[in-house]
Design a protein. Structure first.
Length: 304
């Protein structure tokens, strides 16, 4: 059943519309034919772990659909495999085979899924667009750098040559791969891709001429919105970017979703440890617990 769910998602997605939205560049394009999502399956480590080498960096709908096809196929084939085969000898010796052991294995798997989902929600703005969930942390940081670059440029600053207190570029600098990126603290988020920023990139990173001539009002509004709504909210204190006086203290849907998955993933992991320990103890014959035949409450006077 787990395998059929992602495959169903793919077919429904393709049936609903021929258009696809690419948040990383802010464009709506025609989606490629369904079979094209299968074309890269043999290249799975490259294609579906995306440019950053991990699934969280996926940045277009084809790869999201293709990843669902791949994982759904693996789950279906794995289910058929386990129906038709028996565990290997080493597995029968090494693992505990009881109801509580199966429960612990399942809890461990769900825990891993929760931690993966937490990272996916927190960093990915394709499957979880910022328009719906609020900006990612890196996106809010880059938005702040962009907003002040726009402001200071209007005040006469030469953003292409201005230096910061460390001697590095105050507004623009070079990434480890040599492309032009935003300077300052946000340098660590230099590989961010977002629809409000991509039009200002050239073949070598941020294009200085575009930054001087092509910045549109909607980009300024979007970056200001994301700068003041960073996913740094607090339930009972002051939230937002510490250096931003206009930051709004709120908890975005992205924050809620990522945090809930992390917390639940952790609880499921603790549950895995608990039930795995009990299963191993029971298998070894020294399970601890209340003696249900002679527990003290059986000899106590009823309260009524």
């Amino acid at each position: 059943m787990t395998g059929f769910e992602p495959v169903t998602f793919c077919t429904q997605n393709k049936r609903a519309t021929k258009l696809r939205y690419i948040p990383s560049i802010g464009l709506q394009c025609h989606c490629r034919e369904f079979l094209s999502c299968w074309s890269g399956l043999l290249l799975f480590p490259c294609a579906y772990f995306a440019v950053g080498g991990w699934i969280v960096s996926v940045d277009d709908l084809e790869d999201i659909i293709g990843g669902h096809v791949w994982l759904g196929s693996i789950c279906i084939l794995g289910g058929i495999w386990h129906i038709l085969t028996k565990p290997f000898t080493w597995a029968r010796r090494a693992l505990v085979w009881s109801g509580e052991a199966y429960l612990s294995y399942s809890l461990a798997a769900i825990s891993v899924f929760g931690f993966i989902a937490c990272c996916f929600v927190w960093f990915n703005n394709t499957a979880y667009p910022s328009e719906f969930y609020g900006p990612t942390g890196p996106e809010a940081s880059q938005a702040q750098a962009f907003t002040f670059l726009v402001r200071d440029q209007r005040l006469g600053a030469n953003v292409g040559s201005a230096q910061g207190p460390t001697g590095l570029g105050k507004y623009l600098m070079r990434s480890p791969t040599g492309e032009v990126i935003f300077g300052g603290e946000t340098m660590r988020f230099w590989d961010l891709r977002a629809p409000w920023l991509e039009p200002l990139r050239g073949p070598n990173g941020l294009d200085l001429s575009r930054l001087k001539k092509d910045i549109q009002p909607w980009q300024e509004r979007r970056s200001a919105e994301y700068m003041t709504h960073a996913p740094l909210g607090s339930l009972n204190s002051v939230g937002g970017v510490a250096t931003e006086i206009n930051a709004v203290n709120y908890v975005s849907p992205r924050s809620w979703l990522a945090t809930s998955h992390f917390v639940l993933g952790f609880f499921f992991f603790v549950g895995h440890l608990w039930h795995a320990g009990r299963a191993r103890a029971a298998a070894a014959g020294f399970e601890k617990g209340i003696d249900r035949d002679f527990e003290p409450v059986l000899s106590m006077t009823p309260l009524n």
